[in-house]
Design a protein around this ligand. Structure first.
Ligand code: NAD
Ligand code: UFG
Length: 337
């Protein structure tokens, strides 16, 4: 299939491009590079063994720019990663998050339908469950109250896309609710490249290990979890990438609306991750216990059985692979791209 990949220069998008090409698909990337570096696409091309990945530096809010891209291609589907994703920043700048994520997606969907491309795979998030009613979380679990504007953009966009499909059944909409992506391509050539101080656990750990930051703050050790620290469903980004390739099969089968949890089904605590990182990589990660971070929940992991049953997808990488590949990327690229 010929796929439009919005946000393809980013962390998850760049890894997904590799898996798409490996599976015989072709892709065109649209990205405004607001949170990414074109070097990522160059390295993806090297890994795949092609001269270049077709790329348009276009903002998805730019209708005319998108029209120009669609005029040159007949896309079978769009994998839509483009969006702002920093939880804390979204609390400071809610308008910017709603305008970019929701405004951008509305423009994208309109241009897609005008060009007869009515298949979309959307990057949603476990955050739509809020503080979940049940653990492990299944797709039947009701959506909850999001604790920040970023989360609301994901929840609202799920609704926008489902309503679009209901009104026009020619659409196929796959909502992939990612749990906590970590790791990097095993080559160490591409990986997560946060700007400034990392918000997320794994890039913080790798920056401490590489000496960029003095110590990790562990946000709370008094949660009702086995060791008191927060438990999450960490998933290797290469597994997450292959989920998108599998999701294309749902589109081929004309799924209408498909909603899938994309996680491993295993919960690991903050200290589990730190200990695995130290054990596998043989490096020190000094840490100290800090107060809980506002908005965090104790435990979040999924039941990924639906993705296995309907998409034939399952995670293949374990916690050791995750911490090894995260470190491999960071130590080869101490300053990122
Ligand atoms: P990322 O920031 O690395 O990638 C997003 C890409 O979108 C960037 O390259 C950025 O430049 C681009 N972009 C942003 N706004 C744009 C716009 N208006 N027009 C064009 N390009 C634009 O983030 P990621 O971790 O690869 O996440 C990809 C998607 O998955 C996002 O939608 C994110 O919200 C979602 N998601 C991420 C996580 C996570 O923990 N990484 C978890 C759940 C969901
Ligand atoms: N944590 C620390 N110290 C840090 C960073 C994180 O102790 O410096 C802890 C958190 O308290 C939490 C765990 O590590 O217990 C994971 O935190 P992350 O920030 O890495 O991830 P979250 O689960 O908070 O959120 C992430 C994304 C969201 C997404 C969610 C579910 O940031 O966008 O996963 O997919 F919605």
């Amino acid at each position: 299939m010929h796929i439009l990949v919005t946000g393809g220069a980013g962390f998850i998008g760049s890894h997904t491009l590799i898996e798409l090409y490996k599976a015989g698909h072709t892709a065109v990337v649209v990205d405004n590079l607001c949170n990414s570096n074109p070097l990522a696409l160059q390295r993806v091309a090297e890994i795949i063994g092609v001269p270049a990945i077709p790329f348009h530096k276009v903002d998805i809010r730019d209708r005319a720019g998108l029209e120009r891209v669609f005029a040159g291609h007949k896309f079978d589907a769009c994998i839509h990663f483009a969006g702002l994703k920093a939880v804390g920043e979204s609390v400071e700048k809610p308008w910017e998050y709603y305008e970019n994520n929701i405004g951008g997606t509305l423009t994208l969907v309109d241009v897609m339908r005008r060009h007869g491309c009515k298949n979309i795979i959307f990057s949603s998030s476990a955050t739509v469950y809020g503080d979940p009613d049940e653990i492990p979380i299944t797709e039947q679990c009701p959506k909850g109250q999001c604790t920040n504007p970023y989360g609301w953009t994901k929840s609202m966009l799920e609704q926008v896309l489902m309503d679009t499909q209901k009104a026009d059944p020619e659409w196929n909409v796959v909502l992939l609710r990612y749990f906590n992506p970590v790791g990097a391509h095993p080559s160490g050539r591409i990986g997560e490249n946060p700007k400034g101080i990392p918000n997320n656990l794994m890039p913080y750990i790798t920056q401490v290990a590489v000496g960029k930051r003095a110590e990790l703050g562990v946000f709370g050790d008094d949660y009702p979890t086995p060791d008191g620290t927060g438990v999450r469903d960490y998933i290797h980004v290469v597994d997450l990438a292959t989920a998108h390739v599998c999701a294309l099969q749902a589109i081929v089968r004309r799924c209408g609306i498909g909603i899938y949890n994309i996680g491993t089904g295993h919960g690991y605590s903050v200290l589990d991750m730190v200990k695995a990182f130290v054990r596998v990589n043989g490096v020190e990660v000094p840490y100290s216990i800090k107060p809980r971070r506002v908005g965090d929940i104790a435990t979040c992991y999924c039941n990924p059985a639906k993705a296995m049953a309907e998409l034939g997808w399952e995670a293949r990488h374990d916690i050791d692979d995750m911490v090894r590949d995260s470190w491999n990327w960071q130590r080869q690229n101490p300053e990122g791209y």
